[in-house]
Write a protein that binds this ligand. Structure first.
Ligand code: ATP
Length: 279
């Protein structure tokens, strides 16, 4: 049995550069894994199956193919070792929330099955398979903060000192394709060059980083879902150093000075989560 923590991610900044011919968008983002995680366990079995348990299991729509299963099938196809396995996911990451939960499960599944099936694929080969499963996988396979380019397949390690966040989830999902389509429809604004953000993140300077956080998808999501804008404002009023939407939303993040400050902010938001990244 192999057990791996599948960490959620937040986007410290997310810059959308352009729509591509293939329907994807080129982007630049600082992707930061955080302490919030699902637990993925794999065991040998005759057939391949996925079981989702835990307090957020019901939020994973039944019927659709689980991303962990898609990842397992892709690994089986790419290697000679592929066989059966039971993949159990203990679900804690909010679903369709912009926290990359499905991709995190899929990335953890690739790593765990590579070991269980003795595929002996190196990190580069796993990332190639991951990129075919989902745009967020190469970043989440890296296992630490990364600067992401292309549609997500270009990944380079970044240095980030521990940052504390109040993670405020909203009770409706947003689909990534919708968020990018809205960005197109609204004329495609692109945020500033991220160098000052990277510098502040590397130093763990939350005071400087707070006002710099941005996400190019945010404005278009806020237009369609005013609750997101309200939550961002409420975070600022609650004393967050900065507030930004994560990924394609609707989760919003409040940056805190430290753990106590993050708890203080989170106290005002029902069901919010305090997390730090890197884990
Ligand atoms: P993105 O990576 O696009 O930002 P997200 O974090 O917003 O994604 P996920 O939690 O990954 O959203 O879920 C997106 C959709 O993927 C869900 O609505 C669900 O239908 C499907 N899905 C497939 N496998 C999983 C999984 N293991 N966990 C959660 N969702 C899954």
């Amino acid at each position: 049995m192999i057990r791996i923590e599948a960490h959620a991610k937040v986007n410290v900044f997310l810059r959308v550069l352009r729509a591509r011919e293939d329907g994807y968008h080129d982007l630049a983002s600082l992707v930061l894994p955080i302490s919030l995680a699902d637990i993925v366990t794999v065991q040998p079995a005759r057939e391949l199956r996925v079981d989702v348990r835990g307090r957020r299991a019901e939020d994973v729509p039944p019927g659709g193919l689980n991303l962990a299963l898609i990842a397992a099938l892709a690994l089986a196809e790419a290697s000679t070792g592929g066989m059966g396995a039971t993949i159990e996911i203990e679900k804690s990451i909010p679903v369709a929330a912009g926290l990359g939960g499905g991709s995190a499960d899929a990335a953890a599944t690739l790593v765990a099955l590579n070991e269980l099936w003795e595929c002996a694929l190196d990190a580069g080969a796993l990332a190639d398979i991951g990129a075919r499963v989902g745009s967020d996988l190469p970043a989440l396979l890296a296992g630490g903060p990364v600067l992401v380019g292309g549609r997500g397949e270009r990944v380079e390690p970044a240095k980030v000192e521990r940052l504390w966040w109040a993670v405020v989830t909203l009770d409706f999902p947003t689909r990534s394709p919708d968020a990018y389509r809205w960005w197109d429809e609204d004329g495609g604004n692109t945020g500033p060059s991220p160098w000052s953000i990277l510098d502040a993140a590397e130093r763990g300077d939350a005071e400087t980083l707070g006002p710099l956080l941005y996400n190019d998808l945010e404005r278009s999501v806020v237009r369609r879902h005013p609750e997101v804008g309200e939550a961002l404002q409420a975070l600022t009023q609650a004393g967050a150093l900065g507030a930004v939407m994560s990924g394609s939303g609707p989760t919003v993040l409040g940056l805190a000075r430290d753990e106590a400050h993050a708890n203080e902010i989170a106290d005002g938001f029902e069901g919010s989560i305090v997390a730090h990244g890197p884990p």
